[in-house]
Structure formats: structure tokens, C-alpha cells
Design a protein around this ligand. Structure first.
Ligand code: NCD
Length: 306
């Protein structure tokens, strides 16, 4: 059974194929309107979400399938003490495919070991978020026209930001990528990603605390929220949460065709004044998320049937 737990579970060729399918769905949505008729997607969200859960559900509905699930662990039997393994065992009797978000790193992997249907990791703790990465790759490829040869700055919470971890892993397989890591010292990228992904693959990288210093070099700026829910101590969060606030003046030295991405939700790290700037791509990114999830659901269901 094929699952998507980590972005590295997909080859570059498969990612290219998913991007091609998503672009075709964008161009010809009617052709896909009932390709999943009779199929059900379960969304099991043990952690809050707006975009990811609704985009999975909208994706399945737009493919003609149906959706079921929960968006609050308190409403599920996990609040009675049921294990992830048992919950998945039960849900895989009702659904053809499962998208699951969980605060514990590795929970979707445990789920996949007990599931009779494909499991998609929709975010596990501070670890991974492969479908956000597919969304980001589709957005970069549509906006820049390529997935090779660009400089991307990751700014904010690089320690707990799972979307950053997954996207850096994915980019390690493309050529000519330069990674610029912009964060306060306390929120630097975890050592295991620096060592096992960046250093091991010989990815070019540069670390700084100063966004303005590197702004002129960037083709893509990936802003992130400081991940409040992963802090052990409120004071640290309050001290670090406003480390970087992107305001229009900070873009003075930026490239005219910079692409500004953010997985959302935004708290205040991007001023709303930037929203009207043509370089802001974060709402396009949201739209792309549904289309790439449609492509992914189609692929995993097809492979499960084969
Ligand atoms: C991200 C997540 O959940 O990791 N959001 C998302 O899925 N679009 C980023 C975040 O919560 O900051």
C-alpha cells in the first residue's frame, strides 16, 4: 500500500507528474469532476487546521468523491484513550483514503502500519508536511517557471516550522538551488536537517539573522509563523514572535519579480499592506493547494486499486 508520509516518498519524476496533473486540472476542471465518484476521503485532524483540512475536503468533493472525518481530537475516541492504531483500523473500514494531522511526530507513520488504505501525512508535529511542500513546489513552478536555479530565503521559525523542513528536503534533489536561512539564533534549522539534508547533498546555504542583508539576492522569500504551540514557555514565544515583520519598505531592495510565499496562517509576520503587491503569492498558494491535493488523491487511489 502506497502512503505519503514524507515528501521523499515521492521521486522527482512523480512530483513532476503530480504538478503536470494539477496544471491539467486547473486548465480542465470539468474533466475531473466525477473521477472519484463512489470514493470516500476521511480527514482525521488531531490538531487545528483551516486550509489543509478544507483543501483536502474541497479536493475530494471537486473530484466527485465524498468526505467524512473530524477536526477536533476532543470529538473523537482518542479523547477516551483510543490509540492511533485502533482509530486508523476503524476508519480504514469506512474510507478509501485518509488524510491525517497529528501533534506527535511520526504518528502518521504508525497510522500507515495499521491502515488498509493510503494514509497521507497532513502535518505531524514539528516534523514534516509533505502536501504543503507539493503546494509550494506547484506554486514555485507556476510563478517562476522552473524548479531549478533559484535562491530561496526561509525566514522566521526554522526550528519548529515543518513546512520548511519538508520543502528543504524536496529542494535538495533539484540543481542550482541556494538556501538562505534567516532566523533568530533560538529558531535555527534543526541540526539533523542541516547535516542530513543540506550538508549531505552539498546544497549551497547561508545563515543569517538579518533579512535585509540578503533581500536583494532572493528569487523566493518563504515567510513563516513562529509556531506558538511548539514552545515550552510563553515568554520565549512573546520575545521571538515579532522577530521578522515584512512591511513594504523592507521590499525596497528586493527583486521586482520576487515571489513571496507563506504556508499560512499568518499572524503578523507579513503586513496586510503587502497583500496587494504583485509579488505576494500566498493566496495563489492556497488555491494551488487544492489542485495538487486533487492530483495526489487521484494518484494514490489509482495505485491502491492496481
Ligand atoms: C502550516 C502548518 O500547519 O504547518 N500551515 C498549513 O498547513 N498551511 C504552517 C503553520 O501552521 O504555521
Amino acid at each position: 500500500m502506497r502512503h505519503l508520509l514524507d515528501i521523499m516518498d515521492l521521486s522527482v519524476a512523480e512530483i513532476d507528474e503530480l504538478i503536470a496533473t494539477a496544471n491539467d486540472i486547473i486548465a480542465r476542471p470539468a474533466a475531473y469532476a466525477d473521477v472519484c465518484a463512489g470514493k470516500k476521503l476521511a480527514t482525521l485532524f488531531f490538531e487545528p487546521s483551516t486550509r489543509t483540512r478544507l483543501s483536502f475536503e474541497a479536493a475530494m468533493l471537486d473530484l466527485g468523491g465524498k468526505v467524512l472525518g473530524f477536526s477536533d481530537a476532543q470529538c473523537s475516541s482518542s479523547s477516551k484513550g483510543e490509540s492511533v492504531a485502533d482509530t486508523i483500523h476503524v476508519v480504514s473500514c469506512y474510507a478509501d483514503i485518509i488524510a491525517m494531522r497529528h501533534p506527535k511526530e511520526g504518528a502518521p507513520r504508525v497510522a500507515s502500519m495499521h491502515s488498509e488504505v493510503p494514509v497521507i501525512n497532513a502535518g505531524d508535529g514539528g516534523h514534516n508536511h509533505p502536501t504543503q511542500t507539493l503546494t509550494d513546489l506547484l506554486t514555485i513552478s507556476r510563478e517562476l517557471g522552473r524548479l531549478n536555479d533559484f535562491t530561496i530565503g526561509f525566514c522566521g521559525d526554522l526550528k519548529f516550522g515543518r513546512t520548511v523542513h519538508s520543502l528543504i528536503s524536496a529542494l535538495s534533489r533539484y540543481t542550482g538551488i541556494k538556501i538562505v536561512l534567516i532566523s533568530p539564533e533560538e529558531l535555527e534549522l534543526p541540526d539533523y536537517i542541516q547535516r542530513d539534508v543540506i550538508d549531505k547533498n552539498g546544497l549551497e546555504s547561508y545563515k543569517t539573522t538579518d533579512l535585509l542583508e540578503v533581500m536583494p539576492q532572493l528569487d523566493v522569500l518563504y515567510m513563516t509563523r513562529v509556531q506558538k504551540e511548539r514552545f515550552f514557555n510563553e515568554d520565549d514565544y512573546l520575545r521571538l514572535r515579532d522577530s521578522y515583520i515584512l512591511t513594504p519598505d523592507k521590499l525596497d531592495t528586493a527583486k521586482k519579480d520576487l515571489k513571496i510565499l507563506h504556508p499560512l496562517p499568518r499572524v503578523n509576520e507579513i503586513s496586510v499592506k503587502i497583500d496587494a503587491d504583485p509579488r505576494a503569492c500566498y493566496f495563489k498558494q492556497v488555491r494551488n493547494g487544492k489542485f495538487i491535493r486533487m492530483a495526489l488523491i487521484l494518484k494514490l487511489l489509482k495505485e491502491a486499486e492496481a
